[in-house]
Design a protein around this ligand. Sequence first.
Ligand code: ZN
Length: 337
Amino acid sequence: MLVFAAESSCDETSICLMENSYIVEHVTFSQKIHKMHGGVVPELASRSHLEKIQIMTNDLFNNKKIDPKEIDVFTATCGPGLIGSLLVGSTFTKSLAISFNKPFIPTNHLEGHILSTSFNNNIKFPNLILLLTGGHTQVYLMKSENEIELLGESVDDAIGEAFDKTAKLIGLSYPGGSEIEKQALKGNEDKFVLPKPLVKEKNFNFSFSGIKTNINLLTKNNKIDKKFIEDLSASFQKNITEILIEKLERGLKRLSSENKNIRSISVVGGVSNNKYIRSKIENFFVDKNIEIYYPIKEMMGDNAAMIAWACMKFYKKERNDLFFKAMPRLAVRSVLK
Ligand code: ZN
């Protein structure tokens, strides 16, 4: 089966051609236009998607000498995400499906992240999913290959958003995640003690917005120089990681008291790129007999390959839906079928 997928839920324009479980071609364009604004500007994002997606698709068909008539299924992210951006990718892909008279399958962006580690791993169930992105911080339980339960999520800012906002407060550029990771390498992670909201609660809910207020105060009471930026980056990164680990510790205990013994954990989304967070999670799971999975590099951030894969994995002709409306808050299905 040859699938064409498009992803445009936020600030990456991405298209992918996947044949069964082989990535034929995958191109992702990260929009630079938001850098000067310190965050994603929705209107600029949709315009940029529109400008790019047709050129990218044309190039892909020409470079790979693909006859689009050979494509069996078209799919695009239909939510959650920025509505203008979702409309560009999904409407464009629907038009392709119409013109080649092939099915259009709407795909949920979060299901793409959730299923991303099953592309390169043989998942052991029950599998805990730690979804860490710029827009979401969620924990899911995959009871089997197709049963998903949301266990908890951030009640305010997403983890990636906390990185971006902190970076902005100390004068680092957008996107902040990689910048903070870089600065943190040179800093003293014990220099600043930051709050850990909700950490004592025995659930998987997170809150990150209070930390930002705290950092805002620190920037007012300290001279923002090289040393301050390095130390604050390191202290912030350590604090966020400790919140994740403490939450995992309490959450896993609660799950096991309910006879849900997790056999593996998937760390997915752009933040799974952070080497410090990865190594701390790996340390925590040493001797716990729980396998850790990550997506392949190109499925970590927002990308069309995971959308193609999610479509492929549970493909059913009946899901063909040209009239599916893109939705900014599209919910993850509890049973994939
Ligand atoms: Zn995402």
